[in-house]
Write a protein that binds this ligand. Structure first.
Ligand code: DGL
Length: 258
């Protein structure tokens, strides 16, 4: 069995496009319907209740459009809303959480020193606290909120090298980076800053995001349901945003093609 229905993917804004890129690469036959909620970004500074309400609105629209699955391409919305969404809807809802396990596994049993960079809301929610609790006996884990990176991407300032470097130094100079094994990019906006992170971090420090793991998870779920797109389907990504300006649409397209 196969399904030609689309996969709905959403984020608070532009960050989820990093996940769309991964899905296009790993599941090229799928049709992806993306919704960025830039008019309401950042979610990371909202209350969990506000984020839940916005997430429900978006998922309901996807369901009305007949999607076969939803990917919450946002760690923040996942922490605030994934459980409630799964209870309310029958279709698969794939969430994202900071890729802490792969970062710990890199040590092959040896204790790791890891910085998790994410939004303030993600780092304060019980979901992340539970994830930390699973690994913090054996490993040293630092939580670092990086809210300004979200704003920089949303305001189309990704190419402002001075601004981005200044922001990264503001967050990371407090650490002895030579002793850090991995930095986990626990927000889907952050993979767009990967080269800047590389400039700031020592060569030996790994930079880990959850995008490939998420795409793999989507594949496994659709496969198990017999709902992958057929191999003769061309696949595409359709991008929408709650900020309906032409400028925003152009920014979305440029991030997808970057
Ligand atoms: N991209 C989102 C995430 O993965 C959050 C950005 C925001 O604060 O809106 O957490």
């Amino acid at each position: 069995m196969v399904s030609r229905a689309a996969i709905g993917v959403f984020d608070s804004g532009l960050g989820g496009i990093s996940v769309v890129r991964q899905l296009r690469h790993d599941l090229p036959h799928e049709t992806v319907l993306y919704f960025g909620d830039s008019a309401n970004a950042p979610y990371g500074k909202k209350t969990p209740e506000q984020v839940r309400e916005l997430s429900f609105g978006i998922v309901q629209r996807f369901v009305d459009q007949g999607v076969k699955a939803v990917v919450i391409a946002c760690n923040t919305a996942t922490s605030a809303a994934v459980d409630a969404l799964r209870e309310a809807y029958d279709i698969p809802i794939v969430g994202m959480e900071p890729a802490l396990k792969p970062a710990c596994d890199r040590g092959n049993g040896a204790a790791q020193r890891i910085i998790v960079a994410a939004t303030t809301l993600t780092l304060h929610e019980p979901k992340f606290k539970r994830l930390m609790a699973r690994f913090s006996n054996q490993h040293t884990i630092y939580s670092q909120p990086c809210p300004d990176l979200v704003e920089i991407l949303e305001h189309n300032q990704l190419d402002d090298h001075n601004l981005v470097m200044h922001t990264l130094h503001k967050y990371f100079d407090q650490y002895n980076l030579d002793a850090i094994d991995s930095v986990v990019l626990g927000c889907t906006h952050f993979p767009f800053f990967r080269e800047y992170f590389r400039e700031v971090l020592p060569e030996r420090t790994a930079i880990i995001d959850g995008n490939a793991g998420t795409a793999h998870h989507v594949k496994v779920i659709l496969e198990s349901l017999g709902e992958l797109a057929p191999e003769d389907a061309t696949g595409s990504a359709e991008l929408h945003n709650s900020n309906t300006s032409e400028r925003e649409a152009a920014l979305e397209r440029s991030l997808l093609e970057r």
